[in-house]
Design a protein around this ligand. Structure first.
Ligand SMILES: *Cc1c(COP(=O)(O)O)cnc(C)c1O
Length: 432
């Protein structure tokens, strides 16, 4: 390094660490995390990417945000349950419940006696009240865990679970439910064909080796044409317990989603157990529900695996609040009034330009694949997509044949102005 090499002016680590501006910004961060930020800034200066004078400021910027690294996103895609964007947004009530539950709580403690109490009993009471008389409930970590636990507990090592070939689905990111079921040691007894299965197919497959009949809602696709499945009511008389994985978590029928199965109907039809997710159509936190016959729910609750799939107290708090809420965001967005959506789109277009056009939203998250939710979007140049995505808050829209579509269905109305401001900022950043 020559005498005049600017790299000689890069501040030393100890100088940076004792600089009051850095310590102020570092707050309660660990020394090793602050060092990582300092080293990153120094190496940028060594590579010549920044000037030596900019190292301190850069190190401050490299410190992690105190609120965590998950960046809030305004979901302008029109997809209500968007798995990549965290599925169901929690209601205000659920958020308050999470904050309240974040310290020490009586989640598993009976204040009256000062002894251990049943964990999350309030949620189970809420769930039982929403089901047909006499049914019990259990909450685990997610929908996949609910199915895993049911198969493990009912089809002990070497036993069979009978399932239709039309229901062997992949739920996303390469995860396939048949693999999940066989990972328990149970054997899969496939019946029928991709498009059709009959009661006779199931009856022929059932025997002393059968632990359970599993019925899975193929939530994210539809087979059309010459198709046929077997109703729960026709499977129940065959003998083995029928476990129905409904996926979405609807607790009772919804007229707007006629093809979407619900827990109450499945149990009335004779299902022994129903499994479902908490963060799809139910609109709550990530959780898995197991609902059904008390003796079977008890068997699952006492299974050793149940402890490994246990739901945390924050999710329990959010789920309880969600079940009590009249109006959760997922339902509000799913049933948003098209005229109001059009008005909001027009106001946005007035502020930022662009063309208002009809745009259907979807339920998403592998739910109700055939259902279109009529609405509106503002079409903007697709060059704005990247600057909007990388802004703070990020605004994520949908790309459609050269347009960026912003659909306000899943944006809280009091954030419309934030979307408008983000678009105007993006126009500037995109250089136009
Ligand atoms: C979504 C889904 C699952 C998985 O639920 P997670 O809560 O994501 O674990 C399982 N089965 C069906 C039918 C689903 O739709």
């Amino acid at each position: 390094m020559s005498e005049t090499d600017p790299r000689r002016r890069i501040p030393r680590t100890d100088e940076l660490l004792t600089d009051p501006r850095l310590s102020a910004a570092a707050g309660g961060l660990s020394r090793s995390r602050v060092l990582t930020a300092v080293h990153a800034a120094q190496s940028l200066a060594r590579e010549g990417a920044i000037a030596p004078e900019e190292v301190l400021e850069r190190a401050v910027r490299e410190l992690p945000d105190r609120a965590g690294s998950q960046r809030p996103v305004l979901n302008a895609t029109g997809v209500v349950v968007h798995t990549n964007l965290g599925r169901a947004p929690l209601s205000d009530r659920a958020v308050r419940a999470v904050v309240r539950a974040s310290g020490y709580t009586d989640v598993e403690y009976a204040v009256a006696t000062g002894r251990r109490g049943p964990r999350g009993e309030a949620v189970l009471t809420e769930l039982r009240a929403r089901l047909p008389e006499g049914q019990d409930a259990l909450v685990v970590n997610n929908g996949a865990a609910a199915l895993l636990l049911a198969v493990t507990a009912l089809a002990a090592e070497g036993q069979e679970v009978v399932v239709s070939r039309g229901e062997l689905v992949e739920i996303g990111d390469g995860f396939r439910l048949p693999d999940l079921m066989t990972s328990t040691g149970a054997r899969l007894r496939e019946v029928g064909t991709t498009n059709r299965s009959t009661v006779a197919d199931y009856r022929d497959a059932v025997g002393p080796q059968t632990g359970a009949i599993i019925k899975i809602h193929p939530s994210n696709f539809r087979v059309e044409g010459f198709t046929g499945g077997v109703a729960v009511a026709d499977l129940a008389p065959l003998g083995p317990p029928v476990v129905v994985d409904i996926g979405s978590g609807l607790l009772s029928p919804d007229a707007a989603l006629p093809d979407e199965p619900d827990a109450t109907s499945a149990l009335r039809a004779g299902a022994a157990l129903v499994t479902a997710s908490g963060d799809k159509l139910l609109g709550g936190p990530q959780a898995g529900l197991v609902l059904g016959r008390p003796e079977l729910v008890h068997q699952l609750r006492r299974h050793p695996l149940a402890r490994a799939l246990r739901v945390d107290k924050l999710a329990l708090a959010a789920l309880e609040a969600t079940l009590q809420d009249v109006d959760v965001p997922v339902t509000r967005y799913r049933t948003a009034d098209p005229e109001t959506l059009r008005l909001r789109a027009e106001l946005l277009a007035e502020r930022v330009g662009g063309r208002v056009r009809a745009h259907d939203g979807v339920v998403g998250g592998g739910g109700a694949p055939g259902v279109r939710l009529p609405g509106w979007a503002v079409a903007l140049p697709e060059e704005l997509a990247a600057p909007l995505r990388t802004g703070d808050p990020a605004v994520v829209g949908r790309l459609d044949s050269g347009d960026l579509l912003l659909d306000l269905r899943c944006v809280p109305p009091d954030h419309d102005e934030t979307v408008a401001a983000a678009v105007l900022a993006a126009v500037q950043r995109a250089g136009g």
